[in-house]
Design a protein around this ligand. Sequence first.
Ligand SMILES: Cc1cc2nc3c(=O)[nH]c(=O)nc-3n(C[C@H](O)[C@H](O)[C@H](O)COP(=O)(O)O)c2cc1C
Length: 359
Amino acid sequence: MKLFSSYSLGKISLNNRVVMAPMTRCRAVDNIPTDLMATYYAQRASAGLIITEGVAPSKNGLGYARIPGVYSSEQVEGWKKVTSAVHEEGGKIFMQLMHTGRVSHPLNMTSDARVLAPSAIALSGEMYTDAEGNQPYPVPEEMTIEDIKEAVQEFVMASKNAVESGMDGIELHAANGYLINQFLSPVTNQRTDEYGGSPENRNRFAIEVAKGVVEAIGGDKVGIRVSPYGVFNDLAPFEGIDEQYLAFVDALNELDLVYLHIVDHSAMGAPEVPKSIKEKLKSAFKNTFIASGGLDKEKAEAILEAEEGDLVAFGRPFISNPDLVDRFKENADIASPDFDTFYTPGEKGYTDYKVAVAQ
Ligand SMILES: Cc1cc2nc3c(=O)[nH]c(=O)nc-3n(C[C@H](O)[C@H](O)[C@H](O)COP(=O)(O)O)c2cc1C
């Protein structure tokens, strides 16, 4: 099967086409990666490529409880344990850089951090905090030009730290309503300066981040994840969305980013992502294209065969099947994950899922 064939991603070689999708699991302690996290990722190292959970490039990006960062030396040291454990098992790993922007709460952050966004528009609903349970989302501060320049630099620094920690590359999280996506969408970006008001201006922050990071670590180490038509975190499709994303992809081509990773959360109850936008983005982007969302072995192989993707990412199946690739190879049963332990601390529902296939 194509699924099990090796693949050259930039300068690295992947053992197969199966990617572990980025998944926030909230197991960091004081925002520092732990030995338990190293065990979790090492257990899943037979994936051709692991993309880590969303990792904050700065204290302002730490919106959720117990998510890790990559802006302090302690965090870099923690990540070194993760990368060596994965590499020892023969795997490859990219770090997803996620700045949460307005999807945040001060109770999840240090006292000197700020909840920032392109515009001062609060997300509806509530955010879980360890200290006081669910709390309404705060109104974020509208970023000044200086804040924007600083955020770009934070991504650049974080990408260098990721490489220093042994990561094979990074993925910019430009999807699912977090900071970069907040700039891309007119729902969350109502600025009237050069960072808002037109498709070109809304793309500007994302392109500046991508350019800065590529200059720092090289395009062969930089992928990006996007979610056009996504509705998570209060986003919505908008007029001219296809054209805006196509212009964005043109800019990414110029920067020679190594992959474009597209989100489709329709298997999680979100509206369908039109097949046409996937096809347009795939044909516009010159390097590797990663498809994801609601896949099983057969659907993934069909995508590879139809050349609708070069790599295929699996999220929830990797939570409960650390040896997912072997299970696919052996046609073994696929275990269902326990939703209640997706974001809880400790090893339960994290590192205690069984390996089914004899090694
Ligand atoms: C527990 C959990 C945490 C997630 N965290 C992230 C994240 O940090 N970054 C991201 O881009 N997507 C995140 N996702 C979305 C997944 O990467 C993936 O797109 C989604 O689960 C759909 O794929 P699946 O049907 O194979 O699970 C998360 C999904 C789950 C279930």
